[in-house]
Design a protein around this ligand. Structure first.
Ligand code: C5P
Length: 393
């Protein structure tokens, strides 16, 4: 296989040598395309010796062989390690400012990138939005890992280990689109129940985990329907979102789309109760006493209803976000819940004032219908999403 290894200008570039080496030793032909900045961190002779090929950097060299597109056109796989924040932004914007940018734009090969940067840069909203864009386009993101960074700081941002990058990249080529041909319905976010035109009862779900599942399923070839309840994150254009707000709207949207789906994943946090009546105008404290009593009525349990009416060839997956911190009690709650709901799988996680909601990471256990743990995952919501999909497969 012809593998292009792109190297951009971060200190982790020194570890790209091991990435190149692993591909060569696995019998692949490797073409290194490095940015000028990358060559400040690692020497061209090193990369040429290890890759057994000339290393290309310059856009205006090899013009007669139309090198700026030829490398990308003939690649079977492109791996960029490390991918800096700047390079990720360039990629998300579709820029072809250098030879690596041209190579990627001119290629139909699967693209795998291994981000490496300081934690603040990785967590910056711009970088996260760019990553979401790339994921939506089917780019596979490996890492970053959590650990020691260049200075005395530590956290998410460290480039994944070279062997992990190579394994993830080869897996992309070996199993393109393992969800191809399947339609997956995902609900994400949290429903809101209005009290009056300006107020609602809601919850703190941002929709990050549900959207991560939708993007991961899309990247694996599924046809994805995403129903978003008050999403607090941007969704790339590659997924069209059906936006809803209340539980009744979510129920209607799910019942209109569930029949077409092979898999229904109910990641949205749904309000169990709604105000019995919605005031037509703003409730004024002047017309209330020192206390305000609200009467709430029960909402339909969408997950229960979808599970009760599902076809034998459909899978229905529920989520259980609990504030219980003891793992055994959490598990017991999960087992009782899946028995009550009647779904095929239940993803349990623990949430609290500072955990679970609107965070970038998650830690879950997956139960089957008989209450056995059939999967566990922790890490980024994207990694957790892929693990859930692995279990469903
Ligand atoms: O009962 P609980 O709210 O903990 O259950 C969570 C699961 O049930 C989630 O998958 C959620 O989407 C779903 N649910 C629902 N309808 C409700 C309440 C929860 O579909 N009224």
């Amino acid at each position: 296989m012809r593998v292009v290894v792109g190297i951009t200008g971060g200190i982790a570039a020194y570890k790209a040598v091991s990435v190149v080496r692993a591909f060569v030793l696995a019998g692949h032909s490797v073409q290194v395309v490095a940015t000028d900045a990358a060559l400040r961190f690692v020497g061209k002779p090193t990369l040429e010796a290890i890759s057994r090929n000339p290393v290309y950097t310059e856009l205006y060299e090899g013009v007669a062989e139309v090198r700026h597109v030829a490398i990308g056109q003939s690649a079977d796989l492109i791996v960029v390690a490390p991918a800096t924040a700047n390079f990720i932004a360039q990629l998300a914007g579709g820029f072809a400012a250098d030879l690596l940018g041209n190579t990627i734009l001119a290629s139909r090969a699967p693209l795998v990138i291994a981000p490496a940067m300081h934690t603040e840069m990785w967590q910056n909203a711009a970088t996260q939005a760019n990553i979401a864009t790339l994921t939506g386009r089917g780019v596979t993101i490996v890492g970053p890992a959590v650990g020691q960074l260049t200075g005395s700081d530590a956290g998410p941002g460290r480039m994944s280990e070279p062997e992990d990058i190579v394994a993830a990249a080869l897996a992309v080529v070996d199993s393109p689109g393992d969800l191809a041909g399947r339609r997956i319905l995902v609900t994400a976010g949290g429903t809101r129940e209005p009290l009056d035109p300006v107020r609602f009862i809601g919850n703190r779900s941002s929709g990050k985990q549900g959207v991560a599942i939708a993007l991961a399923a899309l990247a694996r070839g599924a046809a994805v329907t995403l129903i978003g309840a008050n999403l607090e994150i941007d969704v790339p254009d590659t997924i069209s979102v059906q936006n809803v707000s209340t539980t009744a709207e979510l129920a209607a949207a799910v019942s209109a789309t569930a029949a077409d789906a092979a898999v229904v994943i109910m990641a949205a946090a749904v309000a169990d109760y709604r105000p019995e009546s919605v005031a037509p105008s703003k409730i004024k404290k002047e017309s209330q006493g020192d206390t305000l009593n609200l009467t709430l009525v029960k909402n339909p349990d969408i997950l229960h209803d979808v599970s009760a009416t599902k076809r034998a060839d459909q899978l229905v997956v529920g989520f259980a976000a609990e504030t219980e911190t003891d793992p055994d009690t959490l598990l017991a709650l999960g087992r009782a819940k899946i028995a009550r709901k009647g779904c095929d799988f239940l993803v349990i996680n623990s949430v609290g004032w500072t955990t679970g909601f609107a965070t970038d990471g998650n830690d879950v256990r997956i139960l089957n219908a008989t209450g056995d743990i059939v999967g566990e995952a922790s890490g980024s919501k994207r990694d957790v999403a892929n693990r859930i999909l692995d279990v469903l497969l």
